[in-house]
Design a protein around this ligand. Structure first.
Ligand code: ADP
Ligand code: MG
Length: 329
């Protein structure tokens, strides 16, 4: 990878919770590290509740990590004051799942996008917010005349385009997209993915693309990190993770996607345990078809077993390449 743009280093986010007299700790994100290069797409995948959104909020400083560092352009964002962070914060923007919830319904589309300029200032060389808004609307495939419309007059896909335009306004280097297509119809999903890819080609933006939908991830990811109960359990190139997954959890996730494996019944049974009370040893052990007694003794670390391919598993399911026997030629 070229020099990384964004680096998460051992990011931990724990939430203390109380239930009557009982106190507990939700280990929403635990010891997550990754790197993101310029213009690259890293997908974070995993079932609901595995910590994807918490990690996303921590990356954009909406949450302070319990420990660990979020390094953008070689500066630790989490260690900066609110004021010191502001000029850097605009380089990393977020797009949420529900564009309706993230857009104030009382504001016009033009004002919603223009607001981003009020917060972050106009980009260099741009003289009027109005012109900048028009240009951004065009860039996300909307008619500049829509600046006068309100969110409720738009379709779900159009609203998500507005949310993307708003995130693009301060010229970010990184967009954190948290389930940006999950609320949309399949055909509209494909259009938004195509738009994100186009923007990446034109502007060189890097994405952390979060989704529980592996069929969507396959269309956009360069690299994939699979999360389970707050940790990354497998990471690698999209090709390695999709075609040669080694963690039993990744294998089960992939096997449960009907569009990727037609005709096969879902293989991921039961629900993920609570991050308030994770099982001893490997957290996936109670659901793992390959679990052995050793798996209950300690938690496996994420370790590389091939270049750029890592897994947190004591018994990774590595399929040896089939080498045909030598015969007379
Ligand atoms: P995902 O986005 O992968 O569905 P989340 O990051 O939303 O997962 O949640 C991870 C875990 O952290 C869940 O168990 C969730 O209930 C818990 N969690 C998230 N936010 C809070 C909070 N503010 N207080 C307590 N627990 C939280
Ligand atoms: Mg989420």
């Amino acid at each position: 990878m070229a020099e990384p743009l964004l680096r998460a280093e051992n990011v931990v986010k724990h939430y203390p919770v109380r239930n009557g007299r009982e106190r507990g700790l939700v280990r929403a994100v635990h010891d997550v590290s990754f790197e993101l290069g310029r213009g690259e797409t890293l997908a974070l995948v995993g079932e609901s509740g595995c910590g994807k959104s918490t990690l996303a909020r921590t990356l954009v400083c909406l949450e302070q990590p319990t420990s660990g560092r979020v390094i953008l352009d070689d500066v630790d964002l989490a260690a900066l004051s609110e004021r010191g962070r502001r000029p850097r914060r605009k380089r990393i923007q977020m797009v949420f799942q529900d564009p309706f919830a993230s857009l104030n319904p009382k504001m016009s589309i033009g004002d919603l996008i223009g607001e981003a300029y009020e917060v972050h200032g106009l980009p260099e060389g741009v003289t009027s917010a109005r012109a900048a808004v028009g240009e951004l609307l065009e860039r996300v495939g909307l008619d500049p005349a829509m600046a006068g419309h309100h969110p409720r007059q738009l379709s779900g896909g159009q609203r998500q385009r507005v949310a993307i335009a708003r995130a693009l306004a301060p010229h970010p280097a990184v967009l954190i997209c948290d389930e940006p297509t999950s609320a949309l119809d399949v055909s509209v999903q494909a259009q938004i993915i195509a738009l994100l890819r186009q923007l990446q080609a034109d502007l060189g933006i890097a994405y952390v693309f979060i989704s529980h939908d592996l069929a969507v991830v396959r269309q956009i990811a360069d690299r994939v990190a699979v999360m389970y109960l707050g940790r990354i359990v497998e990471s690698g190139t999209a090709q390695d993770v999709f075609d040669s997954p080694v963690h039993p959890y990744t294998q089960a996730l992939l096997a449960s996607i009907p569009t990727l494996t037609p005709g096969r019944p879902p293989r991921l049974e039961g629900e993920a345990p609570s991050p308030l009370n994770p099982p001893a040893g490997c957290h996936f052990r109670p659901r793992c078809p390959h679990a052995r007694p050793e798996c209950g003794a300690s938690l496996p670390d994420l370790a590389a077993f091939a270049p750029n391919h890592s897994a947190a598993c004591f018994f990774p399911q590595i399929r040896r390449p089939h080498i045909p026997p030598e015969g007379p030629s």
